[in-house]
Design a protein around this ligand. Structure first.
Ligand code: ATP
Ligand code: MG
Length: 609
């Protein structure tokens, strides 16, 4: 969050409001005060002037009323007046003129006496005083000096009749100067008050903005998931209450956060510890989460699939575009096989709904079903193989028996041949069923091994001897067996079956005859037996498969040779039940070597199993 600039801050607003309010108050007070003060000062000034003039008028009236000798002895009215004006002393009053009934100036306070005896004309105030006995008060402005003067005119009366007038001028400028001075003080005070109130405003605003700023900072910290700190509560006012509420909220949020965090951890531990893979997507089908098993199954990291479409990640683009369709189909088997590996994944889809039944996401659970599928496929293959293998001899027998019943039984030459074929086919079927039974017993671990201590060298010789007696002439058996005794713990019957099958294969699949070599070597903990022929060989890609049930490298030829394709599968089961290992090496056209190992008997363990 950006820091609030000073010009947008509450602090500045506070200060401005403060100052504006103060200015308004001062303005109102100032206007009222100045008005009243002016009136008061002017009133006072006027009164003090009036006071003096009234006294002077009283004295003048006395002089006007005074009886004076006709002969002109003694002082004249003019002299007396002049005397009075001499005695009159006032700072404010600058000029006094005494005017008689004929509008003549008979006395002046000025030193310049030239005015005396002059007629005053055109002054209506004096005329009004002389005729009506009315006094007058005017403030005059001197255009030149800009000075204001108070002009007072009083009538001088004798027996109720006006006999003259007094005109007095007083400079009022001093009063205005005084007012100006007061206003200046007032203005200074205003500036001082504003400065102080601005400072106060800053302080007051700080007390409000400081907790707010702190709360803002704390909210920012809280948004990062840190609920450990609290804001200071500076008082019980609204902001203090806000801070308390804020701290309460912090506590509650912390609790809620802890709960969600706990749930999240639980969920993530469940997700990472389950064996199935889980993928979550939002409502648009974008992957938002995958757990570790899912990452392992898909061989992709979360970073790689994050933001991708779930359908894309699961290679489902071709099967449909809508995830919710998959939910209805239940589970899907998705083929992730490549050239090297067969790999199948089973996916279960479910939709996450909110309270208003709106889709908010998808959850897909995936698991590796390769093994399961393999087993299932093998089982199906096996059943079809068995049926096929049984049907072939049965159909052959059926056609021969049909021919016999149709009359061939009477033919002494054909009948025995036909019966021979049915007997062979029956033998083949019995052999097949026996082989299957043996395999099934081994599968169910029902066939018990009757192990005994056997000298493998002489045991091997005996078997080869048996073949030597029955072999055709064009086959040479070459033995490379050690001269010492090598003891192995084994089931003689079963092991005979293994070696018999390998040798008869070697003979069967070497049509041109050739050499069959027998080898036996002793390794650290085991013996290695090898039987090589110079026959047709096996293609490299088929080498492992010949040990599978019913597998025949060349189906037509094997069947002609009477093979069922179970011999090596049984051999493998038997060798492995002896803790051995069997495999084949071959070069096509050159020959095949089948090898197997068996663990050597441990001397220290003696004869114990
Ligand atoms: P069965 O042994 O049940 O009579 P079979 O010999 O056909 O029948 P296996 O012994 O299991 O079956 O052998 C499986 C297949 O491996 C054979 O069909 C054959 O194609 C191939 N095979 C086995 N041994 C050899 C060999 N020495 N040379 C060439 N191919 C071989
Ligand atoms: Mg065989």
């Amino acid at each position: 969050m950006k820091k609030v600039g000073f010009f947008q801050s509450i602090r500045l607003k506070f200060i401005i409001i403060y100052i504006l309010l103060l200015l308004l108050a001062i303005q109102v007070i100032g206007a009222y005060f100045a008005e009243n003060l002016e009136e008061e000062l002017l009133g006072n000034f006027r009164e003090s002037v009036d006071e003096r003039v009234r006294l002077l008028t009283y004295n003048l009236e006395e002089q006007f009323a005074k009886e004076r000798p006709e002969d002109g002895s003694g002082p004249t009215l003019q002299d007396d007046i002049q005397q009075l004006l001499y005695d009159f002393d006032s700072e404010e009053i600058t000029n006094i003129q005494i005017i008689d009934e004929q509008s003549r100036i008979i006395g002046t306070s000025q030193l310049d006496r030239s005015q005396l005896g002059r007629l005053v004309t055109g002054d209506s105030r004096i005329t009004r005083a002389l005729i009506y006995g009315r006094s007058d008060s005017t403030i005059m402005l001197n255009r030149n000096t800009e000075n204001r003067t108070l002009v007072r005119v009083f009538p001088i009366e004798n027996g109720g009749e006006p006999v003259g007038a007094v005109k007095m001028e007083a400079s009022i400028e001093e009063v205005y100067d005084q007012l100006k001075e007061i206003n200046r003080i007032f203005a200074n005070g205003t500036i001082l008050a504003i400065t102080i109130s601005a400072l106060l405003g800053i302080l007051v605003a700080r007390t409000i903005t400081k907790p707010i700023t702190e709360m803002r900072k704390q909210a920012k910290i809280m948004s990062t998931g840190d609920f450990s700190q609290k804001v200071n509560v500076y008082g019980g006012d609204e902001i203090g209450q806000l801070a308390t509420t804020f701290n309460d909220m912090n506590d509650k949020l912390r609790l809620a956060h802890l709960t969600t965090e706990g749930e999240r951890r639980k969920l993530s531990s469940v997700l990472s510890n389950m064996s199935d893979g889980v993928l979550a997507a939002d409502k648009d089908g974008t992957v938002t989460l995958i757990n570790e098993p899912a990452a392992r199954l898909l061989n992709k990291t979360f970073e790689e699939v994050k933001g991708q479409q779930l359908i894309e990640v699961l290679n489902l683009e071709e099967r449909g575009a809508d995830l919710s369709e998959f939910q209805e189909t239940g589970s899907l088997i998705i083929d992730f096989s490549d050239e090297e590996e067969f790999f199948l994944i089973k996916a279960n889809f479910s939709v996450v709904l909110d309270e208003s039944e709106q889709v908010t996401g998808f959850i897909t659970v995936i698991s590796d079903v390769t093994e399961q599928e393999k087993v299932e496929r093998e089982r199906r293959e096996f059943v079809s193989n068995v049926s096929h293998e049984l049907r072939t001899p049965l159909t052959t027998m059926r056609s021969y028996i049909e021919a016999l019943t149709d009359g061939a039984w009477k033919d002494e030459e054909i009948a025995p041949r036909f019966l021979d074929v049915t007997q062979n086919e029956t033998d083949r079927m019995i052999r097949l069923v026996n082989d299957l039974l043996q395999l099934s017993r081994m599968d169910h671990k029902e066939s018990n091994l009757y192990k005994e201590k056997v000298n493998f060298v002489s045991f091997f010789h005996q078997i080869i001897d048996r073949f030597e007696m029955n072999k055709s002439e064009d086959i040479i058996l070459e033995r490379k067996l050690p001269n010492e005794d090598i003891f192995v713990w084994l089931d003689k019957d079963k092991m005979t079956q293994v070696i018999d099958n390998i040798i008869s294969n070697a003979i069967k699949y070497s049509p041109e005859g050739g050499k069959i070599k027998f080898g036996l070597s002793k390794e650290r903990m085991r013996i290695k037996v090898s039987i090589s022929d110079e026959g047709m060989g096996i293609a490299p890609e088929k080498l492992d498969k010949i040990f599978e049930r019913f597998y025949r490298a060349d189906k037509a030829r094997s069947r002609k040779l009477g093979g069922t394709g179970l011999g090596l599968a049984i051999a493998k089961e038997i060798v492995e039940s002896h803790q051995g290992h069997i495999w084949a090496e071959s070069k096509e056209g050159k020959g095949t070597t089948v090898l197997f190992t068996l663990p050597l008997m441990k001397k220290k363990r003696g004869n114990a199993k």
